[in-house]
Design a protein around this ligand. Sequence first.
Ligand SMILES: *[C@@H]1O[C@H](CO)[C@@H](O)[C@H](O)[C@H]1NC(C)=O
Ligand SMILES: *[C@@H]1O[C@H](CO)[C@@H](O)[C@H](O)[C@H]1NC(C)=O
Ligand SMILES: *[C@@H]1O[C@H](CO)[C@@H](O)[C@H](O)[C@H]1NC(C)=O
Ligand SMILES: *[C@@H]1O[C@H](CO)[C@@H](O)[C@H](O)[C@H]1NC(C)=O
Ligand SMILES: *[C@@H]1O[C@H](CO)[C@@H](O)[C@H](O)[C@H]1NC(C)=O
Ligand SMILES: *[C@@H]1O[C@H](CO)[C@@H](O)[C@H](O)[C@H]1NC(C)=O
Ligand SMILES: *[C@@H]1O[C@H](CO)[C@@H](O)[C@H](O)[C@H]1NC(C)=O
Length: 485
Amino acid sequence: METKLQILFLVGILLPLQFLKITGYLHDGAAAGIPQKINYPAINCRKHTASLTDFGGKGDSKTSNTAAFKAAIANLSKVAGDGGAQLVVPPGKWLTGAFSLTSHFTLYIHKDAVILGSEEESDYPLIDPLPSYGRGRDAPGKRFSSLISGTNLTDVVITGGNGTIDGQGAIWWKKFKGKQLQNTRGYLVEILFTNQLQISNLTFKNSPSWNLHPTYCNDVIIEHVTVLAPIDSPNTDGIDPDSCSNIRIRDSYVVSGDDCIAVKSGWDQYGIKVGLPTQHLSIKRFTCISPDSAVIALGSEMSGGIRDVRAEDITAINSQSGIRIKTAPGRGAYVKDIYVRNFYADTMKYVLWSTGAYGQHPGEGFDPTAIPQVKNINYRDFVAKNVTYVGSLSGIEGHPFTGFCISNLTATLAGPATAAAEVEDYVAAVKKKLPWNCTDVAGVTSRVVPKACVQLPEKSPVVCPFPTDVLPIDRVELKSCSVGV
Ligand SMILES: *[C@@H]1O[C@H](CO)[C@@H](O)[C@H](O)[C@H]1NC(C)=O
Ligand SMILES: *[C@@H]1O[C@H](CO)[C@@H](O)[C@H](O)[C@H]1NC(C)=O
Ligand SMILES: *[C@@H]1O[C@H](CO)[C@@H](O)[C@H](O)[C@H]1NC(C)=O
Ligand SMILES: *[C@@H]1O[C@H](CO)[C@@H](O)[C@H](O)[C@H]1NC(C)=O
Ligand SMILES: *[C@@H]1O[C@H](CO)[C@@H](O)[C@H](O)[C@H]1NC(C)=O
Ligand SMILES: *[C@@H]1O[C@H](CO)[C@@H](O)[C@H](O)[C@H]1NC(C)=O
Ligand SMILES: *[C@@H]1O[C@H](CO)[C@@H](O)[C@H](O)[C@H]1NC(C)=O
């Protein structure tokens, strides 16, 4: 009896092993659940290939794939030092809770594949707050894990043929609005302390909160991504580079309930202590729809500093503001050396907006004498139609925001609208001829229509600067990699 059981047991182990050997779940370039060869651009190609189905994955939209993702990535992490691996998510709907990535690794999501974020809180284990935030952003204390995360990695690619990662965030938005959450919502993708990160050719939908959150990273490429969230969903920022250096964001499109891009670097005393800026950020060919927020926000969490941001060829449709600087006493650090050119907006409340009184502190312990410095802010070649305010720029009393340079900006003002609130804005801005409203700011303007406020006198002819050097991250060329046979 005992021997029989032992034999059965052995057969039970050996048969699947034999099977695995035949199907070979390190395919070395074989099909991986994809019938034809598909090329894709990436920072690095991989020697090994596996499919999520090799690890028991089921794309039926009902079975949880958390264990399959974890097993696959644990296994593939072993070949990180041997040419790395790509994990293919084949056509199907793959429900999963939180999982983390590994180094020298590509997550390839097929065009007909959808990763569905689980709607169960328990699928997102609680984790510590980020050191530069000191607490969760939504609530004091811990945070729910992000759907896809990674820490201390090198060379990570998340890509596909416009496959989809859908956070199914509605349940989180409802709980957040109903104040039913004790902890901070997770993000769709949060990658920490990583060198060489690429996120490309994917659609991100319905994140519980922010969508893409690279933090403490270096060399980040985000391109050809689409981010979609209902315009009334809370805090669904598109792309939030946070305390990162050398980032490029290109050819992307965001529709969001919050800022399309929010450049950050930590919060008050926690961010000041960590002291990691976001710097050398290049944004090109970016389109945004954000009726309640900004196309590009700088802050409000900027306590590690924000410098050397270059944005060009930006299109904004029905967004609240164009470029918005948000800070306050207590934030410390700086926002400086900001350059934006070729900006087209249609229907917008504030084209250029800044505030030095953005509240929201992480608690009572912030230092009100930590005054942020805002200087050398350059905007040129703007065309904006149907706007309420061209510039609503305020700084901090006694600590003005300086070195604004605005040239070649043409705005046409909105006509009277029907909604009561809009009528009020119209009365304030147009009838009182206040398309500009400036306090505690200084700088110059040139060829700006309508004429700017007295704090930004006309100084002709000025062409505001835009750096002529090319950032190293803008020079990185992607290799041609492939999946399938
Ligand atoms: C991982 O894959 C290798 C190579 O196919 C295989 O030999 C090994 O058994 C797998 N490990 C686990 C834990 O599944
Ligand atoms: C990341 O690296 C730091 C410093 O080496 C270490 O303290 C931390 O535990 C690591 N975290 C993870 C998740 O590996
Ligand atoms: C990535 O997206 C761009 C723009 O839509 C497209 O031209 C390119 O072919 C896509 N690449 C892949 C591998 O899907
Ligand atoms: C990618 O898919 C989204 C919707 O899922 C769509 O809006 C977008 O146009 C697609 N992008 C490309 C380049 O096909
Ligand atoms: C102009 O903007 C207002 C909001 O301020 C909007 O209601 C209206 O539809 C816009 N008009 C056009 C022609 O886009
Ligand atoms: C002014 O800006 C517009 C819009 O970007 C651009 O087409 C035009 O060439 C600029 N004019 C000059 C003189 O730079
Ligand atoms: C102008 O800006 C100041 C300071 O932000 C604000 O208090 C005031 O209400 C604004 N005025 C108008 C007409 O918007």
